[in-house]
Ligand binder design. Structure first.
Ligand code: ADP
Length: 390
C-alpha cells in the first residue's frame, strides 16, 4: 500500500494512552487512524483522523465504527469480541484475532490454554464463586498461601490478591476466579512479540520489572534485563512459543516469571501494546507502536533491535489527589539528560492512576534508572487545589 491514502485506515477500539502513542507514530508515517472511546475527553480525541465517542463493548457500535477499515486494532481488552469475529468473517483483519482475544479476556480460559498447549505456567484451580473457594479450603484441596485472580475484568493489580490468611479473603468479590500456587519469583521479565499477517515473528529484547527494595512495587521497566545470554534466549523462546500457540497477528506482550529454581513460567499475556514496551519508543529501532501499525497496514516489519540501555517509570496520580490534573516539578524534570517525558492527556487524576511515564536512556541500565528516577521524583501529579480530597 502507499502511505497517505485516507481510504486506508485503522479502526482503533479504545482511546487511552496506548492509542495516543500509536497515533504519534501514525502521524509520523502519515497513516490514518480512527479511534473510539466512551469518554469524549479521551487522550485519542486529539490526533485521530476521526474520533468517535462510543462504546467499544457494544456489538453494533463496533460494527458500524469499523466498516471500511483496513484493519481493526485494540488498545484495551474489554471490547466486544463477537463484533471482532463478524468483522473477520467480512474479511477485515483484526489485531489480535477474535479467537485469541476470547481466550485472553478470561483468566480461566487463558490458564487452561497454557496447560493444554504444554506452555509452562503456575499450577492453578478454577472456582465458580466464593463458596467453591471456601469449600476447597475447608476440604484441604487448596492451601495458603495462594494468589487469587478474578477471571474477567481485572487490570493493573485490581483483581489480584495474595492470600496468606483467611481474613485476606474477606473483601474478595463473589465471582468466577482462579487460584494460583504462589511462585517463588526471582525475576519478572516481559517480552513483546510482533507477528505479521503471515505468521512471521520478531521479538523485542526482554525487559525486567525492577522492584522497589522495600515497597514491593514495580519501580522501573529496564532493558537489557539482568539475565545471562542463555536466560535471555530462553525468555524469547518461551514468548515465541506462546505467540505461536495463540497464532494471532499484531503484538503479544508475554509476562514471565523466572523462579528461584531457574524455571520459566508464563504469568499472563496482553494482545496489544503494553506498559513493558513503552521504552521501545526511545530505545529500539522500531517501537511496539510502529510495529503494530506496520503489520496492521500489511507493511514489512521493522527491527526490534535495542539502540541503547533504557529504563521506564510510570508517572502516577499522587495519593489523596483526585480531580482536574496539574503537573508540578516539570521544570526540574525536563532538564534531566537522556530522558523523554510522556504525559497522557487525561484531564482527571486519581490516586495511583497512570497519568504519564518517563523513559530515560543511558550508557547502562543503572544510569538509565538513575535518570528515570530523577524525573519521576521531580514530578508530582496533583489535583488542582479546589479538587483536593479531604
Ligand atoms: P495484573 O495483570 O492485574 O497486573 P498479574 O497477573 O500480572 O496481574 O499479577 C500482578 C503481580 O502479582 C505480578 O506482577 C506478580 O508480582 C504477582 N503475582 C501474580 N501471580 C503470582 C503467582 N502465581 N505467584 C506469585 N506472585 C504472583
Amino acid at each position: 500500500m502507499a502511505i497517505s491514502q485516507p481510504d486506508q485506515f485503522i479502526a482503533l477500539l479504545g482511546g487511552g494512552q496506548l492509542g495516543k502513542m500509536l497515533l504519534a507514530e501514525a502521524r509520523r508515517m502519515d497513516l490514518s487512524v480512527h479511534s473510539m472511546d466512551p469518554d469524549h475527553m479521551a487522550p485519542c480525541r486529539l490526533g485521530s483522523h476521526r474520533f468517535v465517542q462510543g462504546d467499544f463493548t457494544d456489538y453494533q457500535q463496533v460494527m458500524d465504527f469499523s466498516q471500511g477499515a483496513t484493519a481493526v486494532v485494540i488498545e484495551i481488552e474489554s471490547v466486544n469480541v463477537k463484533a471482532l469475529e463478524d468483522l473477520e468473517a467480512q474479511g477485515i483483519p483484526t489485531f489480535p484475532s477474535a479467537k485469541a482475544l476470547r481466550l485472553i479476556q478470561n483468566k480461566i480460559k487463558q490458564k487452561t490454554f497454557y496447560r493444554d498447549q504444554g506452555i509452562p505456567t503456575s499450577d492453578f484451580q478454577v472456582h465458580a464463586n466464593h463458596a467453591s473457594l471456601q469449600s476447597a479450603l475447608a476440604e484441604d484441596q487448596l492451601t495458603m498461601p495462594f494468589v487469587w485472580k478474578l477471571a474477567e475484568g481485572g487490570y493493573d493489580g485490581f483483581g489480584v490478591a495474595m492470600i496468606n490468611k483467611a481474613s485476606d479473603m474477606d473483601d474478595l468479590p463473589d465471582a468466577p476466579c482462579i487460584t494460583e500456587a504462589a511462585v517463588d519469583i526471582d525475576k519478572e521479565i516481559a517480552v513483546v512479540i510482533v507477528r505479521d499477517r503471515h505468521g512471521n515473528t520478531e521479538a523485542f529484547p526482554p525487559v525486567e520489572m525492577a522492584f522497589h527494595p522495600t515497597a514491593n512495587q514495580v519501580e522501573f521497566v529496564v532493558c537489557p534485563a539482568s539475565l545471562s545470554d542463555q536466560a535471555n534466549q530462553q525468555a524469547v523462546q518461551l514468548a515465541k512459543q506462546c505467540a505461536e500457540a495463540f497464532d494471532s497477528p499484531g503484538l503479544l506482550a508475554v509476562e514471565l516469571f523466572l523462579t528461584k529454581g531457574g524455571d520459566w513460567l508464563v504469568n499472563e499475556v496482553a494482545p496489544r501494546p503494553h506498559n513493558s514496551g513503552h521504552l521501545t519508543i526511545e530505545a529500539c529501532q522500531s517501537s511496539q507502536f510502529e510495529q503494530l501499525l506496520r503489520v496492521a497496514f500489511n507493511l514489512p516489519m521493522g527491527s526490534c533491535a535495542l539502540q541503547s540501555a533504557a529504563a521506564m517509570a510510570n508517572l502516577v496520580g499522587a495519593a489523596n489527589h483526585q480531580g482536574d490534573v496539574m503537573y508540578q516539578g516539570l521544570d526540574q524534570a525536563l532538564v534531566v539528560p537522556g530522558s523523554s517525558i510522556h504525559i497522557y492527556g487525561k484531564s482527571q487524576t486519581r490516586p495511583f492512576r497512570k497519568m504519564g511515564h518517563v523513559t530515560a536512556t543511558g550508557k547502562d541500565p543503572k544510569q538509565a534508572m538513575q535518570r528515570a528516577a530523577a524525573v519521576r521524583d521531580a514530578i508530582s501529579v496533583e489535583a488542582k487545589p479546589s479538587n483536593l480530597l479531604t
